[in-house]
Design a protein around this ligand. Structure first.
Ligand code: NAI
Ligand code: 15L
Length: 281
């Protein structure tokens, strides 16, 4: 698949010449596109889904991440990548294999060959979702994926580590909590990352001078926290928002036997029972 459109009027003086945003028409991609306009002369936006209307500074590529040749072309002339593309929930293994494993390998392989300097990788809290809610995990906590989708995020963290150690290709793995307009349930009061804080996290990950291979949790300044970003302080990420503004949506209930429910006991919530899913018929 290849719909390609060059529609930019490059302006000098922006920090990056060309950024690549994958997953550009997804939930978070749509939030980020406005901010990227100020940071790069050209933003190459890509997705497997139709891209719709492009802004003046954008060029578009519709492609499947699993298509190695298309991904190789996609990385040409790119300074840095914000990689949000892929399946973002639990799914049958074969689908995850193509989008999140083969697709990620294609991306890193092409990035290295084209001399890309840095990748911002959208990892997930589900890489560590089988830690109990009675623990605070920092970036050195053992990986405990809570579903096959979480396993693919662990693969991404390991693959990016390898590409840094082998080739010096830098990555910031952003273990995003729950980034939506607003928390959708009581668990998300803890895992909530506002869109504004998500954009700030991306800004910090892009503009910190040296990041090596870094891991950082993407959560707002919520009252209850299951994660600790102390060891990622060099990124300078300071969330401005909090889920406190939404606590009224989920009135406090007394602790109950529900406590033994795995979806209550573990940080991953409902994801801990979501997999593995049967193959597509
Ligand atoms: P989303 O599902 O809305 O967007 C993902 C985009 O990737 C979609 O536009 C989809 O068309 C595209 N995509 C899927 N498979 C593809 C393929 N094979 N080739 C090319 N493009 C493909 O997800 P959202 O919320 O925007 O999340 C972005 C990233 O952040 C995802 O990688 C997700 O795993 C991660 N993340 C998001 C969280 C959140 O709360 N929004 C939490 C943790 C991680
Ligand atoms: C994720 O990794 C998903 O991409 C997102 O859709 C949310 O479900 C989020 O985690 C979460 O844990 O709430």
């Amino acid at each position: 698949m290849s719909e390609r459109s060059m529609n930019h009027d490059a302006k000098a003086g922006k920090p990056f010449r060309r950024l690549l945003l994958t997953g550009a028409v997804g939930n978070l991609g749509r939030q980020l596109r406005g901010a990227l306009a100020a940071w790069a002369e050209v933003v190459r936006v890509s997705d497997i889904a139709p891209l719709g209307q492009l802004a003046e500074h954008e060029e578009g590529i519709v492609a499947d991440l699993a298509d190695r040749d298309a991904v190789y072309r996609m990385l040409e002339g790119v300074d840095a990548v914000i990689h949000l593309g892929g399946i973002s929930v639990e799914a049958p293994f074969d689908a995850l294999m193509e989008s999140n494993i083969r697709g990620l390998y294609n991306l890193y392989s092409a990035a290295q060959k084209h001399g890309v300097k840095r990748v911002l990788y959208a990892s997930s809290n589900h890489a560590v979702g089988f830690h109990p809610v009675t623990e605070v995990v920092d970036i050195d906590a053992p990986l405990r994926p809570d579903c096959l989708y979480g396993v693919t995020k662990c693969f991404g963290e390991a693959l990016s580590r390898y590409y840094y150690d082998r080739f010096g290709l830098e990555t910031v793995c952003m273990r995003i909590g729950s980034s939506f307009e607003a928390p959708k349930n009581p668990r998300m009061l803890v895992t909530y990352l506002s869109y504004r804080d998500f954009i700030e996290l991306v800004r910090c990950a892009l503009f910190t001078n040296r990041v090596g291979h870094a891991i950082v949790y993407g959560v707002s300044d919520n009252r209850v926290k299951w994660v600790d970003n102390t060891k990622a302080a060099f990124l300078g990420f300071r969330p401005q928002d909090s889920s406190m503004d939404y606590e009224h949506l989920f009135p406090v209930a007394a602790p109950s036997q529900e406590f033994n429910d795995p979806t209550q006991r573990f940080q991953g919530g409902p994801f801990v029972l979501a997999g593995p899913m049967e193959p597509d018929a």
